[in-house]
Design a protein around this ligand. Structure first.
Ligand SMILES: [Zn+2]
Length: 188
């Protein structure tokens, strides 16, 4: 268990449903200390009325506009099965294996492309896997910014977005901030 820096309901945490990475246990959270959403691979869908991914979107809306959290942290983790499945998906859909799962993890398609480009074919699959988890967190951070109420709160410095990676094998917990500058909103 980690020494927790979270002491009030100022944080929203988005984590994977994987039973090995319960954020309340990992971060030592007590009741009432964080607003938590868990889903396959800790993903945030982009802002869209048509995507059908309204569960995550409504949770973010509630956290930002009603709870007025000051931080959103997206936590990826080592050996994430959802991200492993993402890396195995073929672009033409020829190896489809599920009715719903692939449509969900496809949210992080760009992370898969980035990880495959960054890691050579000679490197161990574990390296590509780890890279893809971290890149998927970054995709979700930018997807957060596609929600107008999130973008506005970040620009007004009322809200900060953080990425994190939890390695449950060696107990390492890394955290980083979204690299966002107010003077480059057009790139969002
Ligand atoms: Zn996972």
């Amino acid at each position: 268990m980690f020494v927790c820096w979270i002491d009030e309901l100022q944080w929203m945490i988005i984590a994977c449903s994987d039973s090995r990475v319960d954020p309340a246990l990992v971060l030592g959270l007590g009741l009432g200390e964080a607003f938590i959403v868990r889903n396959i691979a800790s993903l945030v869908p982009p802002h869209s009325k048509e995507s059908g991914h309204s569960s995550g979107a409504s949770a973010i809306e509630y956290a930002v506009l009603h709870l007025k959290v000051e931080h959103i942290m997206i936590v990826g983790h080592s050996r994430c099965g959802g991200i492993k499945a993402l890396l195995g998906m073929k672009e033409d859909g020829s190896n489809r294996f599920s009715e719903y799962i692939e449509d969900w993890i496809a949210i992080a398609n760009n992370a898969s492309k980035t990880a495959k480009a960054k890691c050579s074919h000679d490197s161990p699959f574990e390296d590509q896997w780890t890279c893809c988890v971290k890149e998927s967190v970054n995709v979700s951070l930018w997807n957060c910014m596609s929600y107008p109420f999130v973008k506005e709160a970040v620009q007004q410095k009322k809200l900060a977005l953080h990425g994190a990676y939890f390695d449950f094998v060696n107990g390492d917990f890394q955290r980083w901030a979204l690299n966002y500058r107010v003077d480059e909103p057009e790139s969002l």
